[in-house]
Write a protein that binds this ligand. Structure first.
Ligand code: TXA
Ligand code: MG
Length: 318
């Protein structure tokens, strides 16, 4: 791909307009959401969406999430069942993605859905994302703004480190509050958890009044390609559930543990740990850590999403 000059944009009305104009012209703009930074493009333009795949080096079978301003906009592109509407009313704007039947006349590029007849949609809560969506006025396809298979970005500096010279602009909106990607729920044969994320599954089950189905284990031919095993990976090898530190390892701690170089949350707070997770993995990368041990993290609430990302970080690489 041809190198591009990557503009750094702030939060002024002028810069927001500039970011929206770049999207309208078919360009690529990274922007903050409350979960992670997204790499946005006009979801109706094939060439713009193809450029996302090229900039990330992403396998082309991996479909993208479309970001919209509100549930009314979502209903223009998708069929919203009563069950989906209930989740939307409770959790949007927020860290929940719904996979819904795509309307035939929606005008969404087939590169966004990778040919599926469903569309993943999300209404983000971040005021910066909302301002950009309002200024642009259309559907914005946006995967996380990192090279494919690498750690997701939770700051503009992370985006720049991964994609400088490959995208048109980065909107710097500071650090992402949630820090892990959205929870993804599909409705094929009943509400199903396709990816653990920023909204705990327990909260979604409480809203639905029953258990979520669970998608099959990670494979190379995934239902939701966020299930690809090696993903979110730092450069060093990762060992999970560590209660000791071996020679040559650095410890990424959780709670009151001895000898941790970095600690996801000294108080054992899962919300704080989620917000720190990717930033600390980026930090370990920058330090050149070759062997990373990670303390056990409880597997409930946001801990499920944290363990999911850590398991992928620890998975065998190609
Ligand atoms: O928090 C987030 O979700 C962030 C921010 C930027 O919104 N986005 C994000 O996008 O994590 P990405 O592309 O890294 O992950 C999208 C996930 C992938 O696992 C993809 O396979 C799944 O959504 N997905 C997209 N469309 C789908 C569909 N029609 N059916 C099933 N899974 C789908
Ligand atoms: Mg991603």
């Amino acid at each position: 791909m041809t190198p591009r000059r990557t503009e750094m944009l702030g939060l002024s009305a002028e810069d927001t307009r500039r970011a929206a104009d770049i999207l309208a012209a078919g360009g690529l703009v990274a922007f903050p959401t409350e979960t992670v930074y997204g790499l946005g493009a006009d979801a109706t333009k094939d060439a713009a969406v193809a450029a996302i795949y090229a900039a990330k080096g992403r396998p082309s079978f991996n479909p993208l999430i479309v970001h919209l301003q509100d549930v009314a906009a979502v209903a223009r592109y998708c069929e919203v069942s009563p069950e989906a509407a209930r989740l939307a009313a409770t959790f949007w704007p927020g860290a929940l993605t719904l996979v819904l039947p795509l309307r035939r006349d929606a005008g969404i590029s087939r590169l966004v859905t990778a040919g599926l007849d469903t569309l993943a949609v999300r209404v983000p809560d971040s005021s910066v994302a909302q301002a950009l969506l309002r200024a642009f006025g259309g559907p914005v396809a946006a995967p996380s703004a990192n090279p494919s298979g690498r750690i997701s970005p939770t700051s503009a500096a992370h985006v720049r480190a991964g994609l400088d010279g490959r995208i048109d602009a980065i909107v710097d909106g500071g650090t992402c509050a949630v820090g892990v990607e959205s929870t993804i729920v599909g409705f094929d044969g009943g509400a199903t958890l396709l990816r653990a994320g920023g909204i705990p599954a327990e909260a979604i089950e409480a809203c639905l009044g029953g258990p979520l189905g669970r998608a099959v284990e990670a494979t190379d031919n995934p239902v939701s390609p966020g299930q690809l095993l090696s993903h979110y990976a730092p450069r060093g090898a990762v060992r999970l559930g560590a209660t000791t530190v071996e020679p040559g390892e650095v410890l990424l701690g959780f709670g009151h543990v001895e000898g941790a170089l970095l600690n996801l949350s000294l108080n054992g707070d899962l919300t704080e740990a989620a917000a720190n997770l990717f930033a600390m993995l980026h930090q370990l990368d920058q330090m050149g850590a070759e062997h990373i041990a990670v303390s056990p993290v409880p597997n409930h609430g946001l801990g499920t999403a944290i363990n999911d990302r850590l398991t992928r970080a620890a998975a065998p690489r190609d």
